[in-house]
Ligand binder design. Structure first.
Ligand SMILES: [Zn+2]
Length: 264
């Protein structure tokens, strides 16, 4: 398996605002949430299918990062949302490091509207080539101002992900077994320690909590969000080939990258 494309040009369309401009690197997750170590990047499709990659891995010296967004969008995300993401990750990591036996579930203080916007901004930035994907358009509308609510078709499920690799896999369809039979939701995954996130149009996903239900919150409204510590998902869940009968994807999936820290 080969990369379709490894890197964007220095000038191009920003994946958040669509303006043609000088592109800057977005760290995914932001460096305030860790992600400063040297990473080995391979094709996410190679990682998912277990098919060895013919190209040499890319090495990124200071974290998982993609050149995809303009300076303005980069600084807006950094200023408005990254601190909230970093604080939540730090709180969860502190909790995980506790010598006490963890209860099945805990709740963490955050500002859900900023957290959700930060996660969605980075999942937009994680796409190597901007396209006319409906989901991206709906995310852009949500990010455009602080009083928007997320389109009701979109759901953002999250779970504990205590693994060192950083995984992004954009725009794939998978088979999902539900009480009503099989469904085929459109999905995008973004995972970095300590959280995994799935953006999808599936109305439910394995009983995971859905951050999109808080998208109408005022931008600075605080709330507690639940996180389960039992029923741990494996590192390649849910996109790994062994979890679904099949996966269909296109260019964005083929260009997605899977990062492994080189020090581990
Ligand atoms: Zn931009």
């Amino acid at each position: 398996m080969r990369y379709v494309k490894q890197k964007r040009e220095q000038v191009g369309a920003c994946t958040i605002c669509n303006r043609i401009c000088q592109l800057t690197y977005d760290h995914i997750p932001p460096s305030v949430a860790g992600n400063a170590d040297s990473m080995m990047l391979i094709s996410a499709l190679s990682a998912i299918s277990g098919t060895p990659q013919e190209d040499r891995p890319l090495i990124s010296q200071n974290g998982y990062k993609i050149r995809s967004i303009c300076r303005d969008c980069n600084s807006t995300i950094g200023r408005e949302y990254d601190q909230v993401m970093g604080q939540l990750c730090a709180d969860i990591n502190k909790y995980l490091a506790s010598p006490l036996t963890l209860p099945a579930e805990a709740a963490f203080d955050t500002t859900p509207s900023r957290l959700l916007r930060g996660l969605l901004g980075h999942i937009l930035a994680a796409k190597l080539s901007p396209d006319k994907c409906v989901v991206d358009k709906q995310i852009r509308e949500y990010l455009a101002n602080h009083t928007s609510t997320l389109h009701p078709d979109l759901h953002v499920y999250y779970w504990l992900y205590p693994y060192p690799s950083i995984v992004v896999f954009r725009d794939f369809v998978m088979a999902l077994h539900t009480g009503n039979g099989r469904e085929f939701p459109v999905c995008s995954v973004m995972k970095f320690p300590p959280l995994g996130m799935l953006l999808t149009n599936a109305k439910q996903f394995y009983d995971l909590p859905d951050l999109s239900t808080r998208s109408y919150f005022h931008i600075d409204a605080p709330a507690r969000i639940p996180l389960r510590f039992d029923n741990l998902k494996s590192q390649d869940w849910p996109e790994g080939a062994r979890h679904s009968t099949f996966i269909i994807t296109g260019q964005s999936g083929a260009q997605s990258l899977h990062g492994t820290p080189r020090k581990s």
